[in-house]
Design a protein around this ligand. Structure first.
Ligand SMILES: [Fe+2]
Length: 184
């Protein structure tokens, strides 16, 4: 098997700001350096953490939503947690394709899980999910540009697909809140 011969220009740390957290990568010869693969695995690991937590919140809110928005929210949140389940699987498998474990190290996973007790009202649920979708979008956008620059087109394709999903989900949730506010 060929060892990695090249090195990435920014390869000593990933954009999560935690250098070395990903550990040693598996050896492969795909034209992406070990350093670049470690960086993107770390970045995708951060996205996975957020998306997994968002998926669990979405599922729990799907069960517990009450009130005048029950029917549309119950249905919409089912669509979202099902899409998120597929998304986190694809993110995790891309990390493995880049030669790293999922999740890496002795990290708490998912770290952002914080199910409120008692359950909030429906509009607070929607606002929480909206904030979480937007946070994932903010994390994905620079990663797409970075993956393009490093010619990791598979990671970029995945990231762009995720961007489209999260932005659409955010739009739907935002519109529900806006409509609810208009009704007063
Ligand atoms: Fe259900």
């Amino acid at each position: 098997m060929c060892a990695d011969k090249s090195s990435g220009k920014n390869g000593d740390k990933n954009k999560t700001g935690k250098p070395g957290k990903m550990g040693k990568s598996e050896q492969m010869d795909t034209g992406l350096s070990a350093d670049v693969r470690a960086r993107f695995a770390g970045d995708l690991g951060g996205v996975l953490d957020d998306a997994y937590s968002l998926m669990v919140h979405t599922h729990v809110y799907h069960w517990n939503v009450r009130g005048r928005l029950f029917e549309p929210l119950h249905k919409l949140l089912q669509e979202h947690y099902e899409a998120l389940f597929e998304a986190v699987d694809e993110i995790a498998e891309r990390v493995r394709q880049l030669g790293h474990q999922v999740p890496a190290g002795d990290v708490k996973f998912p770290s952002g899980l914080n199910i409120p007790v008692p359950m909030p009202g429906e509009e607070t649920m929607v606002a929480d999910l909206l904030n979480r979708h937007e946070a994932v979008v903010r994390k994905l956008r620079p990663l797409s540009a970075d993956a393009d620059e490093e010619r990791d087109f598979v990671t970029q394709d995945l990231v762009n697909k995720l961007l489209a999903f999260h932005e659409k989900a955010a739009w739907m949730l935002r519109s529900i809140i806006n409509r609810a506010n208009e009704r007063g």
